[in-house]
Design a protein around this ligand. Structure first.
Ligand code: FEO
Length: 182
């Protein structure tokens, strides 16, 4: 079981992950509008990742006898500037999520909630990967500068990203993740 305080904090994290999904969907649409299909693809794959992040916590709250809440999701911006500016915003957002995960870990430690502490380790590792990916894309965009050819190449690379995470959660997250080899 988890404390009421932990339940509230985890529900807050579900909402942040849902907002992340919403934000990346908005960025995907914005990229489509600029004709950058590869960016749109990459960001939509990220949308699916974020939905998994949210649903994994949602399921954990329920499994621990808590009540998963479906809170209002804030409307994300619709305009993100240049592709470089957009990815700087992605990184900034992921740093915010990392801080939020770290706060949850601190709470789990303070409450001696070992189960939640172990559960959160997956997110700690995931955030390292997310920030690393974003830094990599930012570095490539900085390298290409104003070159249209360079941007075309980055777009082509981002078009190769596949959605590997499960998107059907009807049989539970853990079994869906196992089936998807996650
Ligand atoms: Fe779920 Fe991108 O943090």
């Amino acid at each position: 079981m988890i404390s009421k305080k932990m339940e509230k904090a985890l529900n807050g994290q579900v909402n942040k992950e849902m907002y992340s999904a919403y934000l990346y969907m908005a960025m995907s649409s914005y990229s489509d509008g600029m004709g950058l299909k590869g960016f749109a693809n990459w960001l939509m794959a990220q949308y699916h990742e974020e939905m998994l992040h949210a649903m994994k916590i949602y399921e954990y709250i329920t499994r621990q006898g808590g009540r998963a809440r479906v809170l209002a999701i804030k409307e994300p911006p619709a305009d993100f500037g240049t592709p470089l500016n957009m990815f700087k915003k992605v990184l900034e957002h992921e740093k915010f999520v990392t801080r939020s995960i770290n706060d949850l870990v601190d709470l789990a430690l303070a409450e001696k909630d070992h189960a939640t502490h172990i559960f959160l380790q997956w997110y700690v590792t995931e955030q390292v990967e997310e920030e690393e990916n974003d830094n990599d894309i930012i570095a490539r965009l900085e390298m290409v500068g104003n070159s249209k050819d360079g941007l075309f190449m980055v777009d082509k690379d981002l078009a190769a990203r596949q959605t590997t995470v499960p998107t059907d959660f009807s049989k539970g997250i853990e079994s869906a993740m196992k089936a998807a080899g996650e």
